[in-house]
Design a protein around this ligand. Structure first.
Ligand code: PGA
Length: 238
C-alpha cells in the first residue's frame, strides 16, 4: 500500500484531487467509483476548481457511486444523489448519462443492485475507486461483521453508522436504516483504489489498515489484498 501523509485536511484534499485529475488526464474515458461523506468534500471542491480554471475535462468520464441510503428520495437533501450533484456534478462538465448512483427510490432494491452491477461491468469496470472509511472501518456501507457479499446489495446500517451519520439529519431516528452498497468484490475489482482517511475519529481503522492485517471486523482491511492501493491521510488521523 502506497501511503501519503499530509499535514492537514487541506493538503489531503489537494493530493486527492491531483490523484484523480492525473487519472482523468491519463485516461479521459476513465470510469471512477466515488464516495460521499465529509472526507471527500475538499477533493470535490478542488476538482470543480480544476475543471473551471484548468480545463480538467470530465466529458469522457463515467462515474459510479459507492452507495445510497434506502429508501430515500433523490431530492432529499440527505440523499447521496443530492450530495453528488451539489458538490461535484453540477460543477463539472460530466455527461448526465455517464453518472450512476444506486436508486434509493426503487420499489425493487434487489433488481436495482443487480442492474447496477451489470452497468459497472458493461462500462468496462472501474479504473479508479475512491473511498472514505467509517469510524467502524466500513467502506461504502459494507459494515463490520456482515457476511462479505461480493456484489452490490441491500444492507442494514449498524447502530454505529446511524449514530455517526445522525449529524447530517434532524435526529438519529431520521437516518434510513438500510442502504444499497457496492459489494467487496465490486470494490476489489477496481483496477486502482484511493482511500482517504481524515480526522482523529479514524485513528483506529487507519491503524488496522496500516498494520496489513485482514479482518471482517474492519472491512477496509480487505484492501490489504489489493495490489494497487494508495492511502492518503492527514495528521490528526495518525
Ligand atoms: P466521513 O464518512 O467521510 O463523513 O467520515 C466516511 C464513511 O463513513 O465512509
Amino acid at each position: 500500500m502506497n501511503m501519503i501523509r499530509c499535514g492537514d485536511y487541506e493538503a489531503l484534499s489537494h493530493a486527492a484531487a491531483e490523484f484523480v485529475a492525473r487519472q482523468i488526464k491519463e485516461k479521459p474515458s476513465s470510469v471512477l467509483g466515488l464516495p460521499t461523506g465529509a472526507t471527500p468534500l475538499g477533493m470535490y471542491s478542488r476538482l470543480v476548481a480544476l475543471c473551471r480554471n484548468e480545463a480538467l475535462d470530465f466529458s469522457g468520464v463515467t462515474t459510479f457511486n459507492l452507495d445510497e441510503y434506502y429508501p430515500i428520495k433523490r431530492d432529499d437533501r440527505q440523499s447521496y444523489y443530492y450530495f453528488m450533484h451539489t458538490h461535484l456534478f453540477s460543477g463539472v462538465n460530466i455527461k448526465k448519462e455517464n453518472v450512476h448512483i444506486p436508486n434509493g427510490e426503487t420499489a425493487d432494491p434487489e433488481a436495482e443492485c443487480a442492474g447496477y452491477e451489470r452497468r459497472i461491468a458493461q462500462s468496462g469496470g472501474i479504473d479508479l475507486q475512491v473511498l472514505g472509511i467509517g469510524q467502524n472501518g466500513h467502506i461504502g456501507f459494507i459494515e463490520p461483521g456482515e457476511a462479505l457479499e461480493s456484489a452490490t446489495h441491500v444492507t442494514a446500517l449498524t447502530p454505529n453508522t446511524i449514530a455517526a451519520n445522525a449529524r447530517f439529519f434532524e435526529s438519529a431516528a431520521c437516518v434510513p436504516t438500510k442502504a444499497l452498497t457496492m459489494g467487496i468484490g465490486t470494490i476489489m475489482r477496481a483496477r486502482k483504489i484511493l482511500i482517504l482517511v481524515s480526522g482523529k475519529e479514524k485513528t483506529a481503522p487507519l491503524q488496522a489498515l496500516a498494520d496489513g492485517k485482514i479482518t471482517p471486523k474492519i472491512p477496509a482491511t480487505i484492501l490489504n489484498a489489493h495490489g494497487d492501493v494508495t492511502l492518503i491521510t492527514d495528521q490528526p488521523a495518525f
